[in-house]
Design a protein around this ligand. Structure first.
Ligand SMILES: NC(=O)c1ccc[n+]([C@@H]2O[C@H](COP(=O)([O-])OP(=O)(O)OC[C@H]3O[C@@H](n4cnc5c(N)ncnc54)[C@H](OP(=O)(O)O)[C@@H]3O)[C@@H](O)[C@H]2O)c1
Length: 249
């Protein structure tokens, strides 16, 4: 029986990916701070281990890393954003974002990869974002954390090329989940009055990208065009467009 560890399995695409893997008979290790949805997964599927942990703390990360070192599939999905001017953002919130989006993802990949390489098989799926491709004024730290995820993933993927282990950065644009409320981004042009793709749809695309062993995957035509066009657009233009899009509608 294959094993998978999914962080952020209590909501959004993490919950959807865990559900799909559970339906496929994969043994699950599900991680989040909110226990209720994890218990529902445990009630639905035969082999589920709940790890109620805060990935913003060293103790929480250590507990999850111990489990990550044994799985076939590691899905580094937990993450959150915060909308607003950098100068007005509480330092603690900024630090927490880096701890969850970057430090936890890195420590768990570091814990999982050696055993995967030894076995000559395994998959790491890191959830980045289209925010990784350009600076994000009013979501400065979030964008920077996702640029980190993309860069780290590409580098590791190249290091392990040919080993049988795949490392994927999945870079979705905005989709419907708990993210918008957590990031206080509901009034921005990015999401206001837009029909966003569902978490179910995006989770399916994320798992498909992992199974194709893509190194970088961007779902959706407009997102793909955006990801390519940033390479040819002057950076000052990119910054201003991103600022406009992330601003209030
Ligand atoms: N939705 C979007 O528009 C969008 C676009 C691009 C990329 N993404 C990325 O997609 C990933 C999944 O987010 P989502 O959209 O599905 O959002 P979501 O519904 O808010 O889910 C986020 C998950 O992360 C977990 N999490 C947050 N902080 C945590 C912490 N300190 N410790 C442990 N778990 C924590 C949450 O669990 P608890 O709160 O229960 O701990 C929850 O399960 C994130 O990495 C996000 O950056 C989202």
């Amino acid at each position: 029986m294959a094993t998978a560890l999914v962080t952020g399995a209590s909501s959004g695409i993490g919950l959807e990916m865990a559900t799909t893997l559970g339906q496929e008979g994969v043994e699950l290790f599900v991680v989040a701070r909110t226990r209720g949805p994890l218990e529902e997964l445990a009630a639905r599927f035969e082999k589920v281990t709940i790890i109620e942990a805060d990935l913003g703390t060293a103790e929480g990360r250590a507990e999850v890393a111990a489990a990550a070192s044994k799985v076939d599939i590691l899905i580094n999905n937990a993450g959150f954003g915060e909308h607003g001017a950098f100068a007005s953002m509480p330092t603690g919130r900024v630090t927490q974002m880096i701890e969850v989006n970057c430090v936890a993802l890195t420590e768990l990949a570091s814990a999982a990869l050696p055993a995967m390489l030894e076995r000559g098989s395994g998959s790491i799926l890191n959830i980045a974002s289209t925010a990784a491709f350009q600076a994000g004024p009013t979501m400065a730290v979030y964008g920077a954390t996702k640029a980190y995820v993309l860069s780290l993933t590409e580098a590791i993927a190249e290091e392990v090329r040919g080993s049988g282990v795949s490392v994927t950065a999945f870079c979705p644009g905005a989709f419907a989940s708990g993210f918008q409320d957590a990031a206080h981004i509901g009034e921005s042009r990015l999401v206001k009055d837009r029909k966003l793709p569902s978490s179910t749809q995006i989770a399916a695309e994320a798992l498909a990208a992992m199974r194709r062993k893509d190194v970088v995957a961007v779902p959706g035509l407009m997102n793909k065009i955006n990801a390519v066009s940033v390479r040819f657009t002057p950076r000052p233009v990119l910054r201003r467009v991103a600022h406009y899009v992330l601003g209030a509608a």
